[in-house]
Design a protein around this ligand. Structure first.
Ligand code: EPZ
Length: 421
């Protein structure tokens, strides 16, 4: 069993380069199913969820060649939707993009329900509402969702009752080759939605309005291959920003799009951290004294829910009392129990965590209870007195490319250790 061992106290310094965005790479990889020829995807992060998705696509007939560290050729000419690799599909959330991709290309789909981080129920009712609006007959059992159409999807207006990133992505995938023009209203506005639309448009799709809450999709008959580079990962960037702030260090974070980081930058400046924006980098300087703040997570361009645990870790050592309200998920507070093991003073009341800053944290044995919770424990370990051992680190590796190597290069006293069972 592997664990991360981190010894706190070293201010981070130097520069780190952000990888491609996991949550943009995943929908784009599944979108290749829509394209009956070769696509070349660049700046693909080397993380578990990407490797698992490539395995799923390959098992279903995609021809995949890794032509460079972060570049893959993907040819779905011989993709076979009938082959279900449901055991793998159940291990991650993004596999549910197979639903929209198979429906969009073949007019039918049979996909196992997805897995993913445990934040409560995480229903897909809005996805199903959208598929049915586009003419699909949807049936579900305890394991699979099955969809059929008479002769492919038919364009229509789709209105989401709740803003959903995955739902927006799935309906884009199902509609790009539908007959007619589809309009998605109350769409998610995340940068990875824009990245997906840009990729599909580079393949001949006709999508406009991505990044706003109204997306228009003019159906086309087919898509052609293209070469496309994934945008940088704003959550990975934000994670290193929070780590630099927490350790009182000075870190240059390369390969970012500053606009995507606006909500994170704003909150860090709010707690007495200096953030200098350059064209494709930010320089974050912690002045040693972190002040308290209030955060409510919201869909983009609000403060991202995927930065909630990392900011909590930072605020455990702030001066004063901070409030974090989770505005996207039913719950996302399992990480607080792990931070309390390190001496944090956090009380959860409904959708809100009340964080009373303490002078210092102390090292402990803790678990990564989900992807972003795990990396929050790394941040806490970087500032704690003594040694912190973090278990279940495979959850961290789902979304972070070489986090131990990148932090070591910034001066952190951190290593990955194999522990005998
Ligand atoms: C994506 O999840 C991301 N995952 C999540 O990142 C991210 O937290 C989330 O978007 C929000 O930004 C991937 O991209 C693989 P949603 P997704 O559909 O698509 C409710 C990470 O750490 N909802 O926007 O599942 C749902 O319950 C992961 O990288 C419905 O009610 O998120 C949730 O409360 C964690 N009905 C809210 O909407 C639906 O049909 C947002 O979910 C769909 C969603």
């Amino acid at each position: 069993m592997e664990k991360i061992v981190v010894r706190g106290g070293a201010p981070l310094s130097g520069s780190v380069t952000v990888s491609g965005m996991k949550n943009a790479a995943l929908p784009i990889l599944y979108a290749c199913v829509l394209v009956g020829s070769k696509c070349t995807i660049e700046n693909v992060p080397d993380v578990r969820d990407v490797r698992m998705s490539l395995d799923i696509l390959a098992e279903m007939g995609a021809e995949i060649n890794r032509i460079a560290d972060e570049t893959y050729e993907i040819d779905c000419t011989n993709f076979n939707p009938g082959i279900s690799c449901s055991e793998k599909v159940k291990k991650l959330r993004a596999s549910y993009y197979l639903m929209g991709a198979e429906l969009g290309r073949f007019g039918k789909a049979k996909v196992a329900f997805p897995g993913g981080c445990n934040f409560g129920t995480r229903p897909i009712d809005q996805h199903i509402k959208g598929f049915e609006t586009l003419g699909a007959t949807v049936t579900t059992d305890c394991e699979f969702i099955t969809m059929t159409t008479e002769s492919g999807t038919v364009a229509d207006d789709v209105y989401f009752d709740t803003i959903t990133v995955g739902g927006t992505i799935n309906i884009i995938l199902a509609a790009v080759m539908a007959k007619g023009n589809t309009i998605i209203e109350n769409a998610a506005r995340e940068p990875h939605i824009v990245d997906l639309a840009n990729f599909l448009n580079s393949c001949g799709a006709r999508i406009s309005g991505a990044g706003t809450d109204v997306i228009k999709i003019r159906g086309v008959k087919s898509l052609h291959g293209s070469t496309y580079a994934i945008i940088p990962d704003m959550i990975e960037a934000g994670t290193y920003m929070a780590a630099a702030a927490a350790t009182g260090g000075c870190v240059r974070i390369e390969n970012v799009i500053p606009k995507h980081l606006e909500a994170i930058t704003g909150k860090l400046e709010d707690v007495n951290v200096i953030v200098e924006e350059l064209d494709d980098a930010v320089i974050v300087t912690g002045k040693g004294l972190i002040t308290s703040t209030r955060i409510k997570t919201r869909p983009y361009p609000g403060f991202p829910t995927d930065m909630h645990p990392q900011m909590s870790a930072l605020l455990t050592i702030a001066h004063g009392t901070s409030i974090i309200t989770e505005g996207v998920y039913e719950t996302r507070f399992r990480y607080t129990e792990e931070l309390r093991k390190m001496g944090a003073d956090i009380e959860v009341k409904g959708h809100t965590a009340v964080i009373s800053g303490v002078d210092k944290l102390h090292g402990a044995k803790v678990q990564a209870v989900d992807l972003r919770a795990g990396v929050a424990m790394v941040i806490a370990g970087l500032v704690a007195e003594g040694e912190t051992k973090i278990y279940d680190i495979h959850l961290i590796e789902r979304g972070y490319d070489d986090i131990v190597g990148k932090l070591r290069a910034l001066g952190a006293n951190i290593e990955k250790v194999v522990e005998e069972e």
